[in-house]
Design a protein around this ligand. Structure first.
Ligand SMILES: Cc1ncc(COP(=O)(O)O)c(C=O)c1O
Length: 499
């Protein structure tokens, strides 16, 4: 018995009692998930969904070892970290062993937002500076202090950028100002940070920190060019600031070759503060800030105690230890590398086949598919991306579309994702893209002269037609029952075009 209410009642109660700004996935046709195992989720009817987006269920949904560890410790003791307990020190020791030596002091929190908020406090206390440089489209958390440094949020809301916040361009070599054809995009993007620092200094401002995800996730699965972080760190240090690497989304072996994504940049790059969360507790609320002894001492010298009621409690640390054990015993880092490479290979074949795919970028099990309607102009295929994620859902695959234009399909599944899962996901995508392009192409041919090279340009009227036609998608995976709920008339693509 996994349900208290039938789906329509759940929806109605949610509408009544849950804040309207708390959004659901697939808002036009939400899914009710009642249980999950490994990389699969199940709705109230028992329909299976392949989870390609949940990087929180890092070692797999409801991993038995993690569940057992939580249960064992809950039966014994749970209390705050003011009592001596072995779990917190054992976890801190194990975590520190995964990081470069100088990152050895931990502060435990309950969420990535709390971790980033504390990181800002550490940075500001260190030299007494206030200003923060953040990347465009970045998201670092939901607290007020983080909305202020998250252009992903404040650019969409009514908030204005605060004076102490400086927004540097995202080092995006596909869509940004300095692209893959640039001789040295790392230096070019780092120079933008240098210019920001110089401008700030001219106005008497002082830089406390540069904060960036080691790979930008909400920003569109962006991988910074090699050498960028080293150069930025040098400029920021020179200005008396610290480098904060936000690994809340991308840490704990997701990139395969390394445990932390910032390590891709080489051993000569070590951030001053690293924040982590989501995968750390495999769904249990657990997060952390790790920094250097010097920064921790400066924070302590302020005289203010840091106390966090739940941070680092014995249950959370038991869970965290179980997660580290599973990553190791199941070689999930190796799996991320192997399956990630295979998936990238499959997707690159799709890129050669489908004009809608502009760029495949990724490393390990962190991959983005940048959809475009015009390869040269790199015009974001926003409506198509939304259409695709709804069609993928019909086929039992959960994906999301993000980035500033919401045209990048994000892939960041649980780390137990297999080659069979990768193949299944790509096969479904292939079918959807084929139907989409055929329909669009057929429509386009009737309005474009016959000898015009066929691109995935979507004439306005054709999109509406396309949706009406595609409700009869005969290629749907026969192994899945069609639930008929995601009628195309509900999809955001049709909604957008019809309103
Ligand atoms: C990069 C990044 N940092 C921080 C956070 C905030 O983490 P939480 O939602 O656990 O507070 C998020 C959440 O999505 C995130 O993506």
């Amino acid at each position: 018995m996994c349900e208290l209410y039938c789906k329509s009642d759940t929806l109605a109660l949610r509408g009544k009692h849950i804040g309207p700004s708390c959004k659901v996935f697939f808002a036009a046709d939400p899914i009710k998930i009642v249980r999950a195992q490994r990389q699969y989720m199940y709705d109230e009817k028992g329909e299976q969904y392949l989870d390609c987006i949940n990087n929180v269920a890092h070692v797999g949904h409801c991993h038995p070892e993690v569940v057992k560890a939580a249960l064992r410790q809950m039966e014994l003791l749970n209390t705050n970290s003011r009592f001596l307990h072995d779990n917190i020190v054992e976890y801190a020791k194990r975590l520190a062993a995964t990081l470069p030596e100088r990152l050895s002091v931990c502060y435990f929190t309950n969420s990535g937002s709390e971790a980033n908020d504390l990181a800002l406090r550490l940075a500001r206390q260190f030299r007494g500076h206030q200003d923060v440089i953040t990347l465009d489209h970045a998201y670092h958390g939901h607290l007020s202090s983080l909305i202020e440094i998250s252009p992903y949020k404040f650019q969409k809301g009514k908030d204005v950028k605060k004076e102490f916040v400086h927004v540097a361009p995202t080092p995006d070599t596909y869509r940004g100002e300095y692209r893959e054809c640039h001789a040295d995009p790392a230096s070019a993007y780092a120079n933008e940070v240098k210019k920001i620092i110089e401008e700030a200094h001219k106005r008497g401002r002082k830089i406390a920190a540069f904060i960036a995800e080691s790979m930008q996730s909400c920003g569109g699965q962006i991988i910074p060019p090699a050498g960028y972080f080293q150069k930025v760190a040098a400029y920021v240090h020179e200005a008396g600031g610290v480098f904060i690497a936000d690994e809340v989304q991308v840490g704990f072996g997701r990139v395969g070759k390394h445990f932390w994504s910032f390590q891709m940049h080489g051993e000569d790059f070590v951030p001053d503060i690293v924040t982590m969360g989501k995968p750390m507790g495999n769904g249990h609320p657990m997060a952390c800030v790790v920094t250097t002894r010097e920064i921790a001492e400066a924070f302590s010298n302020s005289g203010m105690e840091y106390f966090n009621t739940y941070g680092g409690n014995p249950v959370s640390c038991a869970v965290g230890l179980a997660v580290l054990d599973v990553i190791e015993s199941e070689d999930l880092q190796g799996n991320a590398m192997r399956v990630g490479n295979y998936l990238t290979e499959l997707l690159n074949k799709q890129k050669a086949k489908h004009t809608l795919i502009g760029n495949i970028r990724g490393i390990g099990l962190f991959i983005g598919i940048d959809l475009v309607t015009d390869h040269e102009k790199r015009t974001p295929a926003t409506a198509e991306a939304q259409h695709i994620i709804y069609k993928m859902k019909e086929k039992g695959v959960l994906l999301s579309a993000d980035g500033p234009h919401r045209n990048v399909l994000k892939i960041k599944p649980p780390m137990c994702f297999t080659e069979e899962d990768a193949k299944f996901m790509v096969d479904q995508l292939d079918e959807i893209l084929t139907v989409l392009e055929e329909t669009v192409g057929a429509q386009a041919e009737s309005v474009i002269p016959a000898n015009t090279a066929r691109r995935a340009k979507v004439p306005k009227g054709a999109q509406v037609e396309l949706l009406d036609n595609s409700t009869t998608d005969s290629r749907e995976n026969p192994s899945r029952k069609r639930n008929g709920l995601c009628a195309d008339t509900h999809s955001p693509l049709s909604k957008r075009l019809k309103t």
